[in-house]
Design a binder for this molecule. Structure first.
Ligand SMILES: [Fe+2]
Length: 199
């Protein structure tokens, strides 16, 4: 449990220090107790798990040492999943084998279940997460090098490790990787169902 608290505080310290319009969720849900040690849904069930260590190593090399170390320790406590509205038919086999999210907070997550959903997105190399949108505002804290973003269908731009990206309500955003797999922390700033993502 302590490792989840430390991880939560670490990523939100970095996001708040970046000065974007986002503050860590606070509320009565923040009781921070009673969490099982082992995840009910481990990362190893997903093909993309084979990139987890190399993504962590890339994050460490590029300066996200503290958060990487906390994430490595906490990974087995996160609830790893894929969006229930995503499928091979919709997004293709390649995408589904190269994507998973380790939920930290929100419904079904191991921690702060009544808070908006947040967690760690792991993408394999040379993959595009197609443009999508959702009503909830969102922030991303990117931990690895080589990721690129496209907002509102505009040109791709590079995002450096440690950079924070803000998505306004219903803003379309797409992500792609190059040879390095991507790890990023993503947090919705309002409650909502991930199945309501438009993609
Ligand atoms: Fe999003």
């Amino acid at each position: 449990m302590q490792r989840l608290i430390e991880l939560f505080d670490c990523v939100w310290d970095l996001i708040e220090a970046a000065g974007v319009l986002a503050k860590r969720p606070e509320g009565h849900w923040n009781s921070r107790a009673g969490i099982p040690v082992a995840s009910a849904s481990p990362l190893e069930q997903f093909d993309v798990s084979k990139y987890f260590e190399s993504a962590l190593a890339a994050a460490e090399k590029w300066g996200s040492k503290h958060v990487s170390s906390l994430l490595r320790k906490a990974a087995n406590s996160l609830v790893w999943s894929q969006n229930e509205s995503y499928s091979e038919a919709k997004l293709g086999d390649h995408f589904m084998k190269n994507y998973a999210t380790g939920l930290l907070t929100g419904s079904g997550a191991p921690f702060a279940c009544q808070a908006p959903p947040s967690g760690f997105l792991l993408l394999g190399p040379n993959i595009e997460y197609p443009a999508h949108s959702h009503l909830a505002k969102e922030v991303y804290l990117v931990l690895t090098p080589g990721a690129e973003w496209s907002l509102d269908g505009e040109n791709w731009f590079s995002v450096a490790p440690g950079e924070v990206i803000y998505h306004s309500s219903s803003q379309r955003h797409a992500i792609r990787t190059q040879e390095t797999p991507m790890l990023a922390f993503a947090a919705w700033l309002e409650s909502g169902s991930r199945s309501a993502i438009n993609i």
